[in-house]
Design a protein around this ligand. Structure first.
Ligand SMILES: *[C@@H]1O[C@H](CO)[C@@H](O)[C@H](O)[C@H]1NC(C)=O
Ligand SMILES: *[C@@H]1O[C@H](CO)[C@@H](O)[C@H](O)[C@H]1NC(C)=O
Ligand SMILES: *[C@@H]1O[C@H](CO)[C@@H](O)[C@H](O)[C@H]1NC(C)=O
Length: 399
């Protein structure tokens, strides 16, 4: 109760901020005596077109490989506790092979060698996980060596070779390491970078045990912000679940994120797709909704967004924006219901030529708006939609 009041106050305090920063996340976490990212108060602009991605653990839909240190330094008991941590997180999610908001998981155990225990097609339910791993120490390899590079490459191959990975579902690799033996293997950084550049997220978990040393490089292997460690603070199951939710907040294939960034690299200002064939305004509304994940024409809150939308089109293009009025003399309103504050009218505009708005890219970056009849003119347009998330399942659309 106490905690939720503090969070609410925090949200109010930042209500007019552009968006909160990585620093505020960390400060917030520390003031509550935990390293947990505070989901729901720190991601996304507090005003703007896109509601924040939510975090409903049971609705997470990801394809996840776990690569787990199984070397002598991990110890068999250490592997047991590491698996309890991971299975505790998965117990709150929905594991299954169905299409939709289900998570698929696969397991790789690595020491000097990597052993693929299962690919993404094996586990049908949470119970099947518990049955298989009722005694995780049987998966302990126990030799001296930590071929993290081999584990990353094994996961990459399994994702790439149609072993149950669903198109449009985010790839996540969780590396749980207790030790690193330097020099014996190739540096894992290159394989990790390739995986991340292909759109995957790497969550690295450093599990320091009694007398154990920290694992060098693990933070660099992780996607920025996706590093957990028990070396300074307690590590809770919720910390991992929250990272899964951040990983589950993304723009699907071919949609460009606006305002990507923040501590967890989530699309803070929505996802955009440019349609470079013309239409009358009235039909853009149905096309954006039907074919672009319930999208709308874009809302232009400021010059930054205006420049972003411009860059989706060739220079001197003309395109519809999501600004309308009921009739000449009525107030202009954005499609999300907000009223017009930023504006970029051409001279003599808005005229009485119509109740929809076309934007023209002038030379350079400048854009001018013109009132146009909604059905008598055809222009190109972009569709704006909220990110895929635990609240929004994105089926395959454009491919
Ligand atoms: C790793 O795999 C190779 C080839 O399968 C095998 O010869 C070797 O004994 C394995 N090493 C360990 C430490 O298990
Ligand atoms: C899941 O179902 C498939 C197909 O019925 C089966 O081959 C597989 O063994 C099952 N997995 C588990 C862990 O029970
Ligand atoms: C789009 O909206 C419809 C209801 O109009 C809803 O059933 C559907 O799940 C939504 N699709 C997405 C991707 O959010």
């Amino acid at each position: 109760m106490h905690k939720s009041i503090i969070l609410a106050l925090f949200a109010v305090a930042y209500a007019n901020a552009q968006w909160t920063t990585a620093e505020s996340t960390t400060m917030m976490g520390q003031s509550e005596g935990s390293t947990a990212p505070m989901w729901g108060t720190t991601v996304g602009p507090t005003s703007g077109p896109t509601p924040n991605c939510g975090c409903s653990p049971q609705n997470i839909w990801l394809d996840i490989f776990f690569a787990i240190d199984s070397s002598d330094a991990m110890t068999s008991g250490g592997l047991d506790s590491a698996m309890s941590y991971i299975l505790s997180a998965l117990a709150r999610m929905t594991i299954g092979q169905q299409i939709g908001q289900y998570t698929r998981v696969g397991f790789i155990f690595y020491s000097a060698n990597t052993t693929v225990q299962s690919d993404l097609r094996y586990f049908n339910s949470t119970d099947s996980l518990f049955d298989t791993f009722n005694n995780p120490s049987t998966y302990w390899q126990g030799d001296h060596g930590t071929n993290i590079e081999g584990a990353i490459k094994a996961a990459t191959t399994l994702f790439d070779t149609n072993k149950g990975h669903r198109a449009n579902t985010k790839r996540v690799l969780v590396i749980l390491a207790s030790s690193y033996t330097n020099g014996d293997y190739h540096d894992p950084i290159q394989a990790a970078t390739t995986f991340k550049n292909d759109g995957g997220k790497i969550i690295a978990i450093e599990y320091v045990q009694v007398h154990g040393a920290q694992v060098p490089n693990l933070r660099d292997i992780a996607s920025p912000g996706y590093f957990l460690s028990n070396s300074q603070q307690d590590l809770h199951v919720n910390d991992l679940i929250q990272l899964f939710c951040y990983a589950n907040c993304f723009c699907t294939t071919n949609y460009l994120p606006y305002g990507n960034g923040g501590a967890y690299d989530v699309p803070m200002g929505g996802c955009y797709y440019a349609v470079t064939i013309t239409s009358i305004e009235r039909l853009t509304e149905t096309t954006c909704f039907r074919d672009h994940l319930n999208g709308t024409l874009p809302v232009i809150e400021d010059v930054g967004k205006s420049n972003f939308i411009n860059n989706l089109f060739a220079s001197r293009s003309q395109y519809w924006i999501g600004l309308k009025r009921a009739s000449t003399g009525s107030p202009w309103q954005w499609v999300d219901g907000s009223s017009m504050s930023y504006q970029s009218w051409g001279s003599g505009e808005p005229s009485s030529n119509g109740n929809c708005v076309m934007a023209t890219i002038q030379s350079g970056f400048s854009v001018t708006w013109y009132a146009k009849d909604c059905t008598a003119n055809d222009y190109m347009y972009a569709c704006q939609t909220t990110p895929c998330s635990t609240d929004k399942y994105c089926t395959d659309t454009i491919s």
